[in-house]
Design a protein around this ligand. Structure first.
Ligand SMILES: Cc1cc2nc3c(=O)[nH]c(=O)nc-3n(C[C@H](O)[C@H](O)[C@H](O)COP(=O)(O)OP(=O)(O)OC[C@H]3O[C@@H](n4cnc5c(N)ncnc54)[C@H](O)[C@@H]3O)c2cc1C
Ligand code: FES
Length: 260
């Protein structure tokens, strides 16, 4: 973890309530997709955790760079972020969390993202594609108007499949409905999304189809770096802090009981 000042170099809406922000500065603390940063906002005691979506180095020592985050406006903090202009400096904790272990991907991984769980999968897809891995991405949204970053995944060379809850684009239903239609044999999966989606993926993809994977949790956080126990979840190995021991956990560690 590193605390540093980063400068906003882009802050634009992608769709009505979802924005992309690019921050320039010291990015040396990041070493895996799926990690997150914690942003200090004026007038708020608690920092706001947001996943790393993309990272481009601007020096050959991989110390300086431009990172991308995508955030959905949910409350006061993210609302305030939409009004920030280029050139403004933000106090940021960088390199938080464990991130995805891409060494498990095998030849044909499946990436499953829902809503604001989609951004961290972009950097995972980019790294996998850099190693010529065939990547399928399954992206779930509420409706066609909520779709973002499908083209960006396509530009990486991923096979992109979409599901929308109201059926206005792609498969009607949830990511698990679209998963059931897939005929491909996958080697592993990586996912991030709201907890109901993670539970459905755990049941359908891990328990049902027998595919192992890694799941990233977006639990409510206090300190964000392991000091307060405010983000604990129960795993088969006991209580674990999402901010420090996660946010990524292997399916084998997760203690969810699935009804028979
Ligand atoms: C590891 C991690 C990665 C995340 N990545 C993203 C991302 O890439 N894009 C994105 O849009 N959102 C992401 N979130 C959720 C994001 O942190 C919250 O939406 C945001 O903090 C809400 O702040 P607010 O002030 O607008 O809302 P408020 O509801 O006013 O926030 C009040 C407090 O609750 C916390 N909080 C509220 N909702 C959440 C939530 N869902 N998860 C965690 N804390 C929450 C806030 O941090 C704050 O301390 C992530 C959360 C975690 C834990
Ligand atoms: S938020 Fe404090 S320990 Fe995780």
């Amino acid at each position: 973890m590193k605390q540093c000042m980063m400068t906003i170099v882009e802050n634009i809406p992608l769709i009505r309530d979802t924005y992309r922000m690019k921050l320039e500065g010291d990015v040396s603390a990041f070493d895996a997709p799926g990690q997150f940063l914690d942003i200090q906002l004026d007038g708020h005691f608690l920092r706001r955790p947001i996943s790393l979506c993309d990272l481009d180095y601007t020096d050959r020592y991989c110390r300086e760079g431009i990172l991308t985050i995508i955030y959905k406006v949910l409350g006061e903090g993210t609302g305030e972020m939409t009004r920030m202009e280029n050139g403004r400096e933000l106090d940021v904790l960088t390199g938080l969390g464990n991130g995805y272990d891409l060494g498990c991907a095998g030849e044909r991984p499946l990436l499953i993202g829902g809503g604001v769980g989609i951004p961290p999968l972009y950097l995972a897809a980019k790294k996998l594609r850099e190693n010529d891995v065939d990547v399928t991405v399954l992206l779930g949204y509420n409706s066609a108007g909520d779709i973002f970053y499908d083209d960006e995944f396509g530009s990486l060379g991923c096979d992109v499949l979409i599901s929308t809850a109201d059926g206005s684009a792609g498969t009607k239903g949830f990511v698990t409905d679209a998963f059931r239609e897939l005929k491909t044999e996958f080697t592993y999966f990586y996912t991030c999304g709201p907890e109901p989606m993670l539970r459905a993926v755990f049941e359908e993809v891990y328990k049902g189809a027998g595919l192992s994977g890694q799941m990233s949790f977006e639990e409510r956080m206090g300190c964000g770096f392991g000091a307060c126990m405010g983000c604990s979840i129960e795993t088969k190995n006991g209580s674990r802090r999402v901010c420090k021991d996660g946010p990524v956990f292997r399916t084998e560690e997760i203690a969810w009981q699935i009804p028979e």
